[in-house]
Design a protein. Structure first.
Length: 134
């Protein structure tokens, strides 16, 4: 029933309700991994659809407390911080992600993190640092 209601709410674009339902359904998840996936999805909805980055960060903080070295969780935290224009915190998270992935490796994901670091440097008025990231 929850899955059908979730699909209906998504189809209607009722994103606040989708986030609320995901939060509620996560309490009844059959195991820790399902709960984690529901909370990650809730955070994505809050960040990408609702624009409530602070609420997304609260959801992610609960997950982070359990798995603080998880790149997937840290990437979502970095993105929420970036969207909330919390530059220093976002830069710290993106730098950690770049270090974990290895600067010598090339990937689309790593490029995205470096681009975000460049945009943060521009927002701080550090044009030379921005160019160095790219």
């Amino acid at each position: 029933a929850g899955t059908l209601l979730l699909a209906q709410l998504e189809g209607e674009g009722r994103w606040h309700d989708v986030a609320s339902l995901l939060d509620h359904l996560s309490e009844f998840a059959p195991d820790a991994e399902h709960k984690r996936q529901m909370l990650l999805r809730e955070a994505d909805v809050l960040t990408q659809r609702v624009g409530d980055h602070d609420a997304a960060l609260k959801v992610l903080a609960a997950i982070y407390a359990q798995v603080n070295d998880d790149a997937e969780v840290n990437a979502r935290i970095a993105d929420a911080l970036f969207r909330a224009e919390r530059w220093d915190e976002a830069a710290g998270m993106y730098n950690w992600l770049v270090d974990v992935m290895g600067k010598g490796k090339k990937s689309k994901q790593l490029g995205g993190y470096l681009a975000r670091l460049g945009r943060i440097a521009l927002a701080r008025g550090q044009a030379e640092e921005a160019l160095a990231q790219l």
